[in-house]
Design a protein around this ligand. Structure first.
Ligand SMILES: Nc1ncnc2c1ncn2[C@@H]1O[C@H](COP(=O)(O)OP(=O)(O)OP(=O)(O)O)[C@@H](O)[C@H]1O
Length: 705
């Protein structure tokens, strides 16, 4: 790898950049002229329609309106193109490679958007998603081949160059012989955090590129270590699919299931940055509410996790464990079949002195299995009435119709969905496995099994049935039953991603393999390289949850510090000092990540009043900004901060497996600095026999060299 200090080369690139910027400005000016002409044309057409409305017939009016609509659409397209060009003005491209095919060498510039210079009839910048752009991510200099719609195109790459261009000036320019230059990546990763998640188009790695461009897998499951870029890749994949299938896929066809609104907000600017509209997003609880049509109140996942942490109730854990086992789903399926077979007890029926045999009633009832129960009964009565009409040439009187309806209704074992669900636990002779949460609500662990039963017995209405691509983040926090519901609800393609090591609630979790068993036809891929944290932080986190396949990017920073205090008061005073130091630094975010909401509230109260940009996140929060963010590990999942402080990293506070996971999530949120504080004894996960002391930090380092 060489940094291009070669002045003539830099001058040539500067000249090229200025030329591209000039061409962008010329194209924008031309678009502006066209936009003015479109606006005038639309205005004229509207005036004509208005002035001539009395002389025009219906057909003429429709055609005039269509013509206006057409002009508006053309104008909109021109406006979108203008917006894109405007964005390119700041940074038109980030990469170049020289590609020789059929003896002809051409420099190819790659940017976030395509720039076709319409006036000169030339492609000046290729969209990073274009087939030819894959060469940039997949090859070093030398022979290379890419797949185009017309077939494979082979050639030779003779130069690879990376740029960082800002405000129309080249800030960084590096030539590289390796696939994507480490220096540029290092430079990107060393920066302070942004508002929200950023795009990574300039430094997508080869294995990441393969996942982004996989357009065949029906369900793609990405298991990746903390900070491996799963969320980034999933969003870039969505942008890629929108580009690749632009005729059949729009952002309205995509749905993201995300863990909470803070996370949804955090990732929401990536797609617009990539030139796509934001896509629909929903949380599991909202989805459940919609499927149950708001008829049942239930505790939230956050409440379930909090209860587990605060009560450490073994009986509750046993209930949760039971409901994530594969056997549970099988039993639920059997029960659904049993209920279906026994809920309608038909008898021969005499209506208007005509016989309706029991077998016929049963057959009609069975036929309409996917209707809600009431609808189904109505359908049975209506079909029987029609059959009587056809067979006996007799139309039922009003009273007879009523009699028929009542008789059909009586044949059904009348129970509510909730009673039927509760009956499941009696049926399997484990009634203790069903328990209501506070205020008569359903326990969260019962919500999706209940929905599953509803789907099996009567079907559900979903406003998302037309979704064409579903993205599920933090897959580890959903149970096999949730995946069974998702599998039945969404027949579309799916991208599912997460990390088994980051389950915030191991009693209610799934691993990639378990998800694959439920969804079938799924392709699992693994990402083992972590980009977020400095190598020191990454290796520290490995001591908490060791993964032999883990690989950290070689970016150095300060070693994490574990600090002991004599009292809680001293500890809080030290954390306040850390917040002060952060406020004076050039870092943008400090996450103070606690185990429970109560603990987070205490830390927040200690800091409140002194710091301007201070925020406490709760399950009701919708976003977080730059500054100091106090939250639980549960809420911090998927987020990242320049600096992280983990208060109360004591033996008492972090003991169980669940707490180990939370500690791991908390530490892996840190990009550049990590501090853990405690009083008494430190958690054995970071120092004692429970930490991965068998493989100490040096050994872990050695493993990765
Ligand atoms: N190829 C890349 N180039 C630059 N930055 C990258 C690249 N891949 C990942 N990153 C950065 O690494 C960080 C982690 O990415 P992301 O949040 O997508 O990972 P994740 O696997 O979803 O993490 P986690 O599971 O820990 O929440 C982000 O700052 C992202 O920008």
């Amino acid at each position: 790898m060489t940094t291009t200090n070669d002045q003539p080369q830099r001058d040539a690139e500067q000249y090229h950049l200025e030329n591209v910027l000039q061409r962008i400005s010329i194209n924008i000016a031309e678009l502006d002229e066209r936009l003015t002409a479109y606006a005038d044309d639309i205005q004229t057409q509207k005036e004509y329609l208005w002035n001539s409305r009395d002389e025009m017939d219906h057909i003429e009016k429709i055609s005039a309106r269509e013509s206006i609509q057409q002009a508006v659409m053309t104008g909109d397209n021109a406006l979108t193109r203008r917006h894109r060009l405007e964005k390119l003005k700041d940074s038109p491209y980030f990469g170049r490679f020289d590609f020789t095919r059929h003896g002809r060498q051409e420099p190819i510039y790659i940017g976030v958007h395509h720039f076709r210079d319409d006036m000169a009839g030339e492609n000046r910048v290729y969209d990073w998603r274009a087939p030819i752009a894959s060469l940039f991510y997949d090859y070093e200099t030398g022979p290379a081949v890419y797949e185009s719609p017309e077939g494979n195109v082979a050639g030779e790459i003779s130069l690879k160059r990376q740029f960082r261009i800002k405000g129309g000036a080249i800030e960084l320019m590096i030539d590289s012989a390796v696939h994507v230059v480490d220096d540029v990546l290092q430079d990107e990763l060393s920066r302070a955090s942004d508002e929200g998640m950023k795009n990574i188009v300039a430094t997508i790695q080869r294995d990441q590129n393969a996942i982004i461009r996989n357009d065949e897998a029906n369900a793609l499951i990405i298991q990746g270590v903390a900070g491996s870029g799963k969320t980034s890749i999933a969003l870039h994949r969505i942008a890629y699919l929108l580009y690749r299938f632009k005729d059949t896929l729009t952002s309205k066809d995509i749905l993201i299931i995300s863990p909470n609104r803070v996370f949804a907000n955090y990732i929401s600017n990536v797609l617009p940055e990539l030139g796509e509209e934001t896509v629909n997003e929903i949380g599991m609880e909202d989805l459940a509410n919609e499927l149950l049509e708001g008829t049942y109140r239930f505790e939230t996942f956050f409440e379930q996790t909090t209860a587990l942490l605060e009560k450490n109730d073994d009986v509750m854990k046993a209930r949760l464990r039971f409901k994530v086992s594969p056997a549970f789903l099988t039993q639920l399926d059997r029960y659904a079949a049993h209920v279906e077979a026994n809920r309608f007890v038909a008898e021969d029926l005499w209506i208007a002195r005509r016989l309706v045999p029991a077998w016929l009633l049963e057959e009609v009832f069975r036929k309409h299995r996917h209707l809600p129960t009431n609808e189904r009964l109505k359908q049975v009565s209506w079909e029987i009435e029609r059959k009587i009409g056809n067979q006996y040439n007799y139309d039922l009187e009003r009273e007879e119709r009523k009699e028929l309806k009542a008789a059909v209704k009586k044949m059904l074992q009348q129970t509510t969905l909730r009673e039927t669900y509760k009956g499941f636990y009696d049926w399997i002779e484990q009634p203790e496995m069903f328990k209501t949460a506070s205020r008569g609500r359903l326990e969260y662990a019962d919500v999706f099994p209940l929905i599953y039963l509803k789907i099996r017995l009567e079907g559900v209405q979903s406003s998302w049935r037309n979704v064409k691509h579903l993205l599920i983040d933090e897959m580890q926090d959903y149970t096999p039953v949730q995946y069974a519901v998702i599998g039945r609800l969404f027949s579309c393609k799916k991208t599912i991603l997460g990390d088994a090591y980051q389950s915030v609630n191991p009693y209610s979790a799934s691993k990639a393999e378990e998800i694959r068993q439920v969804l079938r036809q799924a392709l699992c891929v693994t990402l083992n390289k972590s980009y977020r944290s400095s190598i020191e932080i990454a290796h520290f986190a490995q001591r908490i949850a060791y993964n032999p396949d883990f690989e950290a990017i070689e970016r150095h920073g300060e070693p994490p510090s574990v600090e002991r205090y004599r009292s809680r008061k001293d500890e809080l005073a030290a954390i306040t000092d850390m917040a002060r130091v952060f406020s004076q630094s050039d870092h943008n975010t400090l996450g103070i990540v606690c185990k429970t909401q109560k603990q987070a509230r205490k830390v927040f109260d200690a800091l409140d009043g002194e710091f301007k940009r201070l925020q406490l996140l709760s399950e009701h929060s919708a976003a977080f900004g730059q500054g100091i963010v106090v939250c639980t590990a549960h809420m911090a999942k998927g987020l990242e901060f320049d600096r992280v402080v983990v208060p109360d990293a004591s033996e008492k506070n972090y003991t169980t497996d669940m707490e180990r996971n939370l500690l791991y999530v908390a530490c892996t949120r840190a990009m550049h600095r990590l501090t853990l504080t405690y009083i008494g004894q430190p958690s054995t996960f970071i120092t004692g026999e429970n930490a991965h002391s068998a493989v100490d930090a040096d050994q872990v380092n050695a493993l990765h060299q």
